[in-house]
Structures are given as structure tokens and as C-alpha cells.
Design a protein around this ligand. Structure first.
Ligand SMILES: O=C(O)CCC(=O)C(=O)O
Ligand SMILES: [Fe+2]
Length: 358
């Protein structure tokens, strides 16, 4: 299995750094109806908003691990393209949150310190023909079947997680899953991220502290560098803990939609990326993510029923649609991306991304 050899080809994750104690849930046990495993998933979502999901021994899980390796290889070819070629596919404007973001175009703090990460997001709607195909590099075009298979398998994992959560929340079956149909427009995407090694004299945060916006994220990392702030802990340097990547496991985290629907019962944890710890710092760090979102028309407000806490007295929610929610949260780096696009490539025509279906 390439996934396992990748782990062995890098220095090990060091033991002398703070490591988050995250629950490790077995996909096989979940599928076999193991109640304790399902409870552990619910507890992790209420307490940490993060857990590891062991994909080994499950047919689809093993396929996801294999596909992740192939996508890491694709990423290496993609990000080796010249900067100007990558900038052709800049995210922003009508292209919204999909496409390429160059190094330094988002900020890691309120002083405007530039990030140290480049990434490329591929839209579910584009891959499944729900919206017009975005212009993209041949490397992406040739990998569409692989991207589609990786996206739909991770989508299935998302549905499985949502199904367990709606059961424990004592919501009607489908309360969460039905907001996530593969066939409707949404912000779902696969993102591949690259972090170059940083010089030993100048190492710092490379991706801004944030919570994810959507529903369920799955992450695939080989090297460390991802850190979480435990729920409720103040944002001070000593409180950040590393998420240690584990062979055969995806890192699953909940986004803010889950917090909104459950009025804070489920958690989305703040996370950021810094240089890889110990000897790993000398290597390029790759990361692969699937971001699952509700369909564009879903309403972002507390769900009624089950064990979901009531709203406080006098609290009135302004219910954004999932589409507006994503737009509001992602405006800043889209604007920076468009400015850089115009500098490097020139003015863009906006007419090429009309949705094909509602
Ligand atoms: O690179 C990583 O491990 C995390 C990336 C991340 O949190 C994100 O893209 O939202
Ligand atoms: Fe994130």
C-alpha cells in the first residue's frame, strides 16, 4: 500500500511536542453497527469537533487511501507548473472558492502576515456536471475520474458521519443527510495543499487559524503541522496542540454549519497549520481535504427537535442560505486572488460559470 510506505519514507513525528488526544474511530466497527464506536463518534463531535477515522480493513476506506496517494502524486505535477500557468486558474470572482490560490494570498493574522501555503480546489458541481466545467489545467482534466471517485467516497463517509449524528441527536432520519444531496449545487470540493519547507531561521504559521465553514471535512496528511486549539481554550501559543497523522487514518472535523444546526451542541474546533515538527520540518508538506457542505439552498439555523438546545430568550436567528454562508466566510482571499490574477494574467471574463441545474 503506497499510503504506508509514504509514512515510512519521512522522519517520524516527534514525541516531545504537545499532541491532541483525539478519539480514533474504526470505520469497520461503525459499519458493523458497533454502538460503542458510534457513541464515541458522537462524544468526539460534542467535545473536540475532531477525530481520527481508521479506514483500514474497509473496502471503500482502502480505496480512499489509495486514491489519496494518487492525488498526492497529481499534486506534485500540478504545483510544479510555472506560477503564471497556475494563476490562470485563480479562484475568485464568479469562480468563487474553486481553483488556485497562490502562496501569500491569504493572511495568517490581523497584521496581514502572508500565508505560506498554495492550494487548488476542485468543485463537486464541476466534476459531476452540475455546473459548467471551470477552465483547468490538463493535469486536473486528466485526473477527473480519480477526483470524482475520491470526492464521492469521501461524500459517502460524510453521509455516514451525518447519519450517526442525526441518530444520537434524536432527529428524524434524514434531518442532516437530506441537506447534503450529491445532485444539488453546493460548495463541496476536494482541495490539495502544498507547504514548502521553511528556513530554520524563520519558521511560523503557514495557514491562518480558522474553523471550517461547512459540514464535515476529511483530511489526509502524512507530515505533522496541523494544530488544533481545544474547544474553550484561549488562543494563546501554549494551548495549540498538534494533530498527529496516523497511518491508514483520515482526520475528520466538523465545520460551523454543524454548530449552527445544533445550537452549539456539536463543535467545530479552531485549527491552523504550522511547519512540520522535529526533523519533518525539512520536507515539503502535502495535505488533501474533502470539504462537505449542505446544498446551496439549505438554511443555516438551529434545527428543531431531538436533544438540540433551545435558543436563548429573545435570540432571533438570521437564517442565511448555505450559499450565502460560504460566500460571506470566503470573501477575503477571493478578493486578494482576483487582484493577483489581474496583475499576472489580465482581466477575466465572468460569464463562463453559469450553473446548469438549480
Ligand atoms: O493542511 C492541512 O492539514 C489543513 C488544511 C485546512 O485546515 C483547510 O484547508 O481548511
Ligand atoms: Fe480547515
Amino acid at each position: 500500500m503506497p499510503h504506508f510506505t509514504e509514512f515510512n519514507s519521512h522522519p517520524p513525528f516527534p514525541s516531545d511536542v504537545p499532541i491532541a488526544k483525539l478519539e480514533c474511530i474504526s470505520l469497520t466497527d461503525l459499519r458493523n453497527g458497533n454502538e460503542l464506536e458510534s457513541e464515541a463518534l458522537f462524544d468526539a463531535c460534542k467535545k473536540d469537533g475532531f477525530f481520527l477515522l481508521d479506514l483500514r480493513g474497509d473496502e471503500m476506506g482502502e480505496k480512499i487511501l489509495d486514491d489519496a496517494c494518487k492525488l498526492f502524486d497529481m499534486g506534485k505535477t500540478l504545483f510544479d507548473l510555472p506560477y503564471e500557468a497556475k494563476m490562470e486558474y485563480t479562484m475568485g470572482g464568479a469562480r468563487s472558492v474553486f481553483g488556485y490560490k497562490g502562496v501569500g494570498l491569504s493572511k495568517v493574522d490581523s497584521e496581514g502576515t502572508p500565508d505560506r501555503c498554495e492550494f487548488y480546489g476542485i468543485s463537486k458541481d464541476d466534476l459531476f456536471g452540475l455546473s459548467a466545467q471551470l477552465p483547468s489545467s490538463d493535469i486536473i482534466t486528466n485526473s477527473r475520474p480519480l477526483l470524482k471517485s475520491f470526492l464521492s467516497d469521501n461524500y459517502s463517509l460524510e453521509l455516514l458521519v451525518l447519519h450517526h449524528l442525526e441518530t444520537h441527536l434524536r432527529l428524524p432520519s434524514g434531518a442532516l443527510t437530506s441537506l447534503h444531496p450529491l445532485t444539488k449545487l453546493s460548495g463541496d470540493q476536494v482541495r490539495i495543499l502544498k507547504y514548502d519547507p521553511q528556513p530554520s531561521s524563520d519558521r511560523r504559521t503557514s495557514l491562518v487559524p480558522h474553523t471550517d465553514f461547512g459540514s464535515v471535512t476529511s483530511l489526509f496528511n502524512i507530515l505533522g503541522g496541523l494544530q488544533v486549539l481545544p474547544i474553550g481554550a484561549p488562543n494563546t501559543e501554549q494551548n495549540w496542540q498538534y494533530v498527529r497523522p496516523q497511518t491508514g487514518c483520515a482526520i475528520i472535523n466538523l465545520g460551523d454549519s454543524m454548530v449552527k444546526w445544533t445550537n452549539g451542541l456539536l463543535k467545530s474546533a479552531m485549527h491552523r497549520v504550522t511547519y512540520a515538527p522535529g526533523k519533518q520540518a525539512a520536507a515539503t508538506r502535502w495535505s488533501l481535504a474533502y470539504f462537505g457542505h449542505a446544498h446551496n439552498g439549505a438554511l443555516m439555523k438551529r434545527m428543531e427537535g431531538g436533544v438540540i438546545p433551545k435558543l436563548g430568550d429573545g435570540v432571533v436567528e438570521e437564517a442565511l442560505t448555505a450559499e450565502d454562508w460560504l460566500y460571506v466566510r470566503s470573501t477575503s482571499y477571493k478578493q486578494e486572488g482576483m487582484k493577483e490574477f489581474e496583475r499576472v494574467v489580465g482581466k477575466r471574463e465572468e460569464a463562463d460559470v453559469t450553473p446548469i441545474v438549480e
